[in-house]
Design a protein around this ligand. Sequence first.
Ligand SMILES: O=C(O)c1ccc[n+]([C@@H]2O[C@H](COP(=O)([O-])O)[C@@H](O)[C@H]2O)c1
Ligand SMILES: Cc1cc2nc[nH]c2cc1C
Length: 358
Amino acid sequence: MNSLNNLNIQPIENGELRKLLQHNIDQKTKPVGSLGFLEELALQIGLIQETTKPELKSPVMLTVASDHGITEEGVSPVPTRITWQQVSNFINGGGGIGLFCKQYGFDLYVVDAGVDHDFEAHPRLIDKKVRKATRNFLKEPAMTIDECDEAIRNGRDIMALFAEKGSNVVGFGEMGIGNSSPATALLSVFTGLPVEECTGPGCGLDQKGVQHKASVLRQAFEKHGVSDKPEQNLATYGGLEIATMAGAMLEAAQRRMLIVVDGFITTSAFLAAYEICPAVRDYAVFSHCSKEYGHVKMLDHMNGRAVLNLDLRLGEGTGSALAYPIIQGSVAMLNDMTSFGEAKVYNVVDETGNIVSK
Ligand SMILES: O=C(O)c1ccc[n+]([C@@H]2O[C@H](COP(=O)([O-])O)[C@@H](O)[C@H]2O)c1
Ligand SMILES: Cc1cc2nc[nH]c2cc1C
């Protein structure tokens, strides 16, 4: 794949800087470890930015949209026109993601990776349409390798532009009726779990619908099988928004940006990026654990911990936006919370971090 030729993601450092960051965190006026996961986030962000004083700059939200040929098989309970209608809603500041981006200070851009609609130009809409929807992967691969490659390249190009404009945080989200099917297929392909154990209701199927969706996915596997090349699996079973997000995530990691991952579908894109280049993992924060059945399995596969657990299953990037204040809190703790020395609070702790005298 040409789009991956020059990919070079550095794992985050595991030496002196890590020790220094840990020391600074442990010197804050609190029992050692008492800010829990916030401390891990602060450490991770310091290592990503290679500094003891990280800064979150110009957060951008990319909500990537596309349509899916597999919807012909009745795998989603809602009509595909909702995809383009929601894109129009988001670029005009509406919907969950329009609202939360305003609330938490994200600059929102919607990427058309393959929506089955002709949009008028809009300053918040990035036109990277590879084709109008993927093909029905029950019948033929969703994308050709060249189309998948183009989508990955598009994601990388978009991310490069935002990095050059000074953003060092990117939230990801998506919009695409039917996209829980490709996401489920990728979960099954990349973890080896039976597809029946990965399939859930998406945006609202009933139990019978879920069984039908699992049987469509099972038949697709019987037809196409599983490749040992992640890019091939992404082309066969993925979506244009999923491939575009995967490319953007890889580029973001290469440029040492913090990647904030949303729910089930966005995480399937991250999973594909991870299978292509495992070092991308160091740059990710998983914003929440979706109510969609298979999400926790994706997180477990990558040893990921979610910041929030709120039974969200909306997508769009809403979890990424909602988790951002917690991420900001972790950075503020590292930069601005008083240390024992500064606050003149003297505390003796034993090697396990327990206070032994006052
Ligand atoms: O983010 C999630 O965890 C999530 C879980 C289930 C559904 N969704 C959203 O619902 C749509 C896909 O659902 P479906 O049933 O049409 O495949 C798509 O637009 C997603 O943004 C999102
Ligand atoms: C209304 C609606 C909004 C969504 N946002 C993401 N997926 C969605 C699916 C539906 C149906």
